[in-house]
Write a protein that binds this ligand. Structure first.
Ligand code: DGJ
Length: 756
């Protein structure tokens, strides 16, 4: 039983494989948080919650002279504003009389097999036999407002999901803040790890101690954003990859979000997460309800490496859906960095033909194929092929590509419109724009009002008719601006605070329509690279273009940061030209390959311009990747170095689920004169298993000379071509990396179990 209710003590206990979450209905009816952390087999932890009479922290009326019981200091599951808790809250509602109080008291509960679903919102899914749902209904003491808290317990996946629904059974109210979940931890030793960034440099790790007051990671850009990611970690001070208590918290949502940690006056830390209240206001009439998106919680007492692997497995297996959840991902060539908007059918065919010879399986035609799209200031919204560029249309081009034995894909950006487009000329009112104001342009484009059904219908019909007619196997769904000038004719003026969330709901509805109508298509999310890299998108699309930065060194850091909350199988990663388009950095094909092969591999360069040697090298990369794709995308991923701490080199490792095969890659970031010896300790192997470790690739060098060790154990013999070592040796003593003699040199090892 993953969920247990002790009626006598009124204690709910949620158990996963390695963690326990416990809460209790307090003596005056509030739902108090008791514990979330390392697994505790049995028993109530209600003794943990104590109170003393503190000045300026009042008590509920019912407590009478019991001044020790204060909502201002007691840990809670879903705190609300206005009733004596002055910390950050989850709910702030305005009643008909203008008051803003909600004292949420326990009303009822239900425990059932299987996991709850959220209408119109993405959420982790689970089989009935592997999950349980706890539903707790809280009711405001003095109004007809109810809050239903949902807890999904996926015991084997070792995670707890939460969501909530506000139901109004009385006169209309305004919701100004409805966050999804709260985690009230009675400790002051926590750091918060967040992932900040910018366009072309997403998800850089930053950590800092929680301190008195608030630390925030958020977005009010209408998307989850390049600037902050809706995945955070709370960990004990100093926690690392392999040690320390860590809580991973991930919002399954693609719009504005708030993740906030507040340490209170007595050193307790409250964490809340959900839709950002800024600009949000939702009207709830009698009989209506509002559902807040899901938050996924995982706990690890063994550091954040372990935590990441829980999210990787969960998101691969129980968030992703559809054919490509399990199917092999084709190696693709995308034309964007080769031609940008300059598309011709002839060029596309010749690029594809050249790529085909290399072993590329899927050709993707990016931006520029439709309407009058010659540059970024025109054409968006006109979803019909540009016949000057593509005389035989998308259908004809798709046939030609298929005729070569390749799959074919296209780029779309459904949510946007250029003023210079047929769509805008006919429907200027379909974009988001405040009447009487000039809108903010970004990349020369405006955002369509995705809250409107007719806008979504147009997009589904126009883009859908191409997908129906042409043999399209892949679609990249891009989104190239932040939202502003938010205003819609779909709501009266007093309800404009609903639009940003309705926009996201509209996007989800359209994504659901497309992905269910075209289930054989591989969908890749994108927002100027990784500006909408979040768990919400992964419900509809198994992979997301990680960044518009394709420089391999920068990508090491972007993919490293992304890997904390998202699986390798979700990261689109391409080998691009050298010098790199964004940084002008020159880099060997081997190193560009080794980095892109730590994701869903693709190529994004003019393959026709490659030398014969480069062509041979790419053929080998693709052959190698196809052989190891299963291990890379579905194996366990280990970060062996920390980008933020190690300027010298980066290393990472993939381990098969049976722990018998592993791949280790390392890239020198900064070559040193008179260099120190570098050594990495491998992870995830079996202590008592023997492994052969051999160097497969040492860029620019004879791969036999890998300096793994010497055959006679360091006494002057020949350099070892390979070594046989115990797993414990490889993990605890480590492996010598070669002496790198220039920047960006890379090396790769294959580790395989052997009988001995
Ligand atoms: C931004 C994407 O991230 C790029 O890969 C490319 O598709 C461009 N948009 C096209 O406009």
């Amino acid at each position: 039983m993953a969920v247990v209710f002790d009626e006598k003590k009124m204690v709910f206990t949620l158990q996963t494989r390695n963690s326990t979450w416990q809460m209790q209905v307090g003596r005056y009816g509030h739902l108090l948080h008791l514990y979330y952390g390392r697994k505790i087999q049995d028993g109530s932890l209600d003794y943990l919650v104590r109170g003393i009479n503190r000045g300026f922290s009042g008590a509920p009326y019912e407590a009478g002279e019991d001044r020790s019981y204060s909502l201002d200091t007691y840990p809670q599951e879903y705190p609300a504003y206005g009733v004596g808790d002055y910390r950050t809250s989850c709910l702030n509602a305005e009643h008909g009389d203008g008051s803003r109080a909600a004292e949420l008291l326990f009303d009822s509960y239900e425990i059932r097999k299987g996991k709850y679903r959220l209408d119109g919102l993405p959420a982790v899914w689970a089989e009935d036999k592997e999950s349980e749902t706890l539903k707790v209904v809280l009711k405001d003491k003095s109004s007809q407002v109810k809050v239903v808290l949902y807890y999904g317990v996926l015991e084997e996946y070792d995670v707890i999901t939460r969501a909530c629904q506000v139901r109004n059974e009385g006169e209309g109210i305004w919701l100004d803040r409805v966050l999804s979940a709260c985690l009230d931890l009675q400790r002051s030793d926590l750091e918060m790890i967040t992932f900040y960034g910018r366009h072309t440099m997403e998800r850089s790790l930053e950590r800092g101690m929680c301190r008195h007051g608030k630390i925030v990671a958020d977005s009010i850009r209408g998307t989850s954003s390049h600037q902050q990611n809706p995945f955070v970690i709370l960990c004990e001070k100093g926690a690392g990859e392999g040690w320390g208590e860590c809580y991973g918290i991930s919002l399954v949502y693609s719009g504005n979000f708030l993740a906030e940690a507040e340490m209170d006056q007595i050193g307790q830390t409250r964490f809340v997460m959900g839709i950002h209240p800024e600009g949000f206001r939702w009207r709830l009439e009698r009989g209506e309800s509002f559902t807040a998106p899901e938050v996924v919680f995982a706990f690890s007492e063994k550091g954040y490496g372990n935590l990441s692997r829980k999210f990787h497995r969960l998101y691969r297996e129980r968030l992703n859906r559809g054919k490509y959840r399990n199917a092999r991902r084709p190696v693709l060539l995308n034309n964007w960095e080769a031609t940008e908007f300059h598309i011709t059918e002839e060029d596309m065919v010749s690029l594809a033909a050249s790529a085909k010879e290399l072993g590329v399986e899927l050709f993707v035609m990016d931006d520029g194929w439709f309407g009058g799209r010659d540059h970024d200031r025109c054409g968006l919204g006109d979803w019909m092929p540009n016949r000057k560029k593509l005389p035989s249309g998308v259908t004809g081009l798709a046939e030609k590509i298929h005729g070569m034995g390749m799959m074919f894909g296209i780029w779309i950006e459904p949510e946007m419109v250029n003023e210079d487009s047929g769509l805008y000329r006919v429907h200027p009112d379909w974009c988001m724009q405040v009447p009487g104001r000039t809108p903010n342009r970004e990349r020369g484009q405006l955002a369509l009002d995705m809250s409107r059904r007719e806008v979504r219908d147009y997009l589904f019909e126009s883009i859908g008719s191409i997908l129906k007619e042409a043999r399209v196997d892949y679609v990249k769904w891009d989104m190239n601006r932040s939202l502003s000038d938010v205003w819609s004719v779909s709501c009266p003026s007093c309800r404009q605070g609903e639009i940003l969330h309705r926009y996201v709901l509209g996007v989800y509805e359209l994504m659901e329509r497309f992905t269910s109508s075209f289930p054989d298509i591989l969908w890749e999310g994108c927002s100027g690279g990784g500006g909408r890299f979040d768990a919400g998108i992964l419900y509809y699309m198994p992979q997301i273009w990680c960044s518009d930065n394709t420089d391999a060194v920068e990508r090491i850091s972007i993919q490293y940061g992304t890997s904390f909350g998202y699986p390798v199988s979700s990261m689109g990663a391409h080998v691009s030209a050298s010098p790199n388009l964004q940084t002008k950095r020159e880099m060997s094909l081997e190193t560009r390959g080794i980095v892109a092969m730590a994701g869903v591999l693709g190529y994004e360069l003019d393959v026709r311009k490659l030398s014969q040697d480069e062509r041979e090298a790419i053929k080998e990369q693709i052959r190698w990747y196809k052989e190891h794709q299963e291990l890379i995308l579905n194996g366990d991923y280990y970060r062996l170095t920390a980008v933020e701490e190690n300027p010298d080199y980066a290393a990472w490792q993939f381990v098969s689920r049976d722990q018998e095969t592993s791949l280790v890659s390392a890239v020198c970031l900064h070559a040193r004169s008179n260099p120190p010896f570098l050594r990495v300790r491998l992870k995830g192997l079996r202590e008592n298993m023997w492994y052969r470790i051999r160097c497969e690739m040492f860029e620019g060098r004879d791969k036999q000379k890998t300096e793994l060790g010497t055959e006679d154990n360091g006494t002057g013999g020949e350099e070892a071509k390979e070594m046989i070592c115990l797993g414990s040796g490889l993990m605890y003593a480590g492996v010598n990396l070669p002496v790198f003699d220039r920047d960006y040199q890379s090396v790769r090892y294959v580790v395989e179990a052997v009988d001995r």
